[in-house]
Design a protein around this ligand. Structure first.
Ligand SMILES: Cc1cc2nc3c(=O)[nH]c(=O)nc-3n(C[C@H](O)[C@H](O)[C@H](O)COP(=O)(O)OP(=O)(O)OC[C@H]3O[C@@H](n4cnc5c(N)ncnc54)[C@H](O)[C@@H]3O)c2cc1C
Length: 427
């Protein structure tokens, strides 16, 4: 696993850590959840609220995985447009899935409000600026597809996009008013705290080492004890290890790298993201950016697959800042960090039934703030006995990717190819 996240903006500005210790001795629960990111904590909160006895086992600390490292952009929707999803999943599941994927802003900001989570939540919309004529067409089609379903979205022309972003780099695009952004480490800690208040037990520095079945019960071993439960939820996403054979081979982890500038002086920053939007552009290797609560600019993008990245690897995001905002050329980065994004072959998140009483959700393809929160709740519903047919998302069997080592290699090669295509199309 990659090293500590202490150099991240979020670790340095978050609400305090959740009080929790390592697991010791033999314990019992209705549901054990493995992993304390958005998926695991949202599931724990929903279960604890419904009165279930819930235990979370986290290998490191709450939010240590991707959840405490994200850009914090809460973006509704999936890789496919609503029209495409309905064609792929049919007239029953398709529209329910579209409604669910479109509702993730309500899911996240609703939880934040109901549980008074302090996480600099801002629901001021998301912009998808287009860097090429082809991607502008795609974006406008996506916008239209949502608009026909009554969503709060609108096209944004070139001059309005330049005004909102503070750069004339893009050709226009569209705006999703359902979206927003959060301080993600504070958000995941807030979910965990709310779950604790409803009685969930949270253990940190407690990796699940093995998972075995005895009769109808599951037994999860930790370094100093074990927990027995009727149901187990695996919520480990891009940090999935060998706990359940084959599961790690259903996702391809890629690295996303972010840097945050020092707080930008008013004179330099007043034209940048003037209405507080989050933004991610249409590049294949996208640039995603926003301001934080202290006026820093946070810029993210794809990085080489290494777990020892540092400030010297900031060239890609520095270039993005310089291209978009030349006035910030001399504004230094204050924080750098990175984490694993779990990609799937079909570009959709996966919700799997692995065995009787064993479920998982993973593979958010970089859209996990909203989707992991939502699928966490769906996992809780499955563990509570709701039929998979009544879940607004396909519940499938796990299918490890065929030729997995080659897929990982191909993904890395593709990164270089995509970068070249992005440069050509923008030219
Ligand atoms: C740099 C970066 C930027 C991103 N930006 C955005 C964004 O702006 N918007 C967006 O929507 N999405 C974004 N994403 C994606 C999003 O962060 C993830 O999809 C989401 O956080 C996944 O949450 P999770 O709870 O499923 O997994 P994680 O948050 O990764 O949690 C998994 C946890 O499982 C634990 N674990 C693993 N194995 C074990 C074990 N055996 N026992 C116990 N615990 C275990 C890990 O320690 C980890 O804490 C970004 C991701 C990264 C890395």
């Amino acid at each position: 696993m990659p090293e500590s996240t202490s150099s991240s903006l979020w670790a340095n500005t978050a609400e305090p850590e959740v009080q929790a210790t390592a697991q010791h001795g033999a314990a019992f629960a209705d549901v054990v959840i493995i992993g304390a990111g958005f998926t695991g904590c949202a599931a724990a909160l929903a279960l604890a609220q419904s009165g279930a006895r819930v235990t979370i086992l986290e290998a490191k600390t709450v939010g240590w995985g991707a959840s405490g490292r994200t850009g914090g952009q809460v973006i509704p929707g999936l890789k496919y447009d609503p029209d495409e999803l309905e064609a792929m999943f049919g007239s029953d599941l398709g529209p329910r899935m579209v409604a669910a994927a479109g509702s993730v802003g309500d899911e996240v900001f609703g939880l934040i409000e109901r549980h008074a989570i302090s996480c600099d939540a801002q629901r001021k919309g998301w912009l998808q600026p287009a860097y090429s004529a082809k991607s502008l067409d795609l974006g406008l089609r996506r916008c239209d597809s949502w608009k026909r379903r009554g969503a709060n979205v609108r096209p944004v022309d070139r001059s309005r996009m330049a005004q909102l972003l503070g750069t004339d780099h893009y050709l226009g695009g569209w705006e999703d008013g359902r979206a927003g952004h959060v301080q993600p480490l504070s958000y995941v800690r807030g979910l965990a705290l709310a779950a604790q208040r409803f009685g969930a037990e949270i253990y940190v520095e407690s990796p699940a080492l093995s998972l075995t079945k005895a009769g109808t019960k599951w037994r999860v071993k930790t370094p100093n004890g074990s927990v027995e439960a009727d149901q187990v939820l695996i919520a480990t996403n891009g940090y999935t290890d060998g706990l359940w054979p084959g599961l790690a081979r259903t996702v391809v982890p890629m690295i996303s790298y972010q840097a945050a500038t020092v707080p930008i002086p008013e004179a330099l920053g007043k034209s940048i993201l003037i209405e507080g939007h989050a933004a991610s552009d249409t590049r294949r290797l996208l640039w995603y950016f926003r301001r934080d609560a202290h006026g820093r600019l946070i810029m993210g993008g794809r990085a080489p697959y290494r777990e020892d990245l540092g400030p010297r690897d900031a060239g890609y995001v520095r270039n993005a800042v310089n291209r978009l905002y030349p006035q910030l050329r001399e504004t230094p980065f204050e924080f750098h960090w990175f984490g694993r994004v779990a990609m799937t072959q079909d570009h959709l998140p996966h919700l799997h039934r692995l065995d009787d009483g064993l479920w998982t959700a993973l593979g958010y393809n970089g859209r996990g703030v909203g989707m992991a929160t939502l699928l966490g709740r769906f996992l809780a519903e499955l563990a509570s006995g709701v039929s998979p047919n009544d879940i607004a998302f396909p519940v499938t069997s796990m299918r490890p990717i065929f030729g997995y080592p080659f897929t990982r290699l191909a993904a890395r090669v593709l990164t270089g190819y995509y970068r070249a295509r992005d440069q050509m199309e923008a030219a």
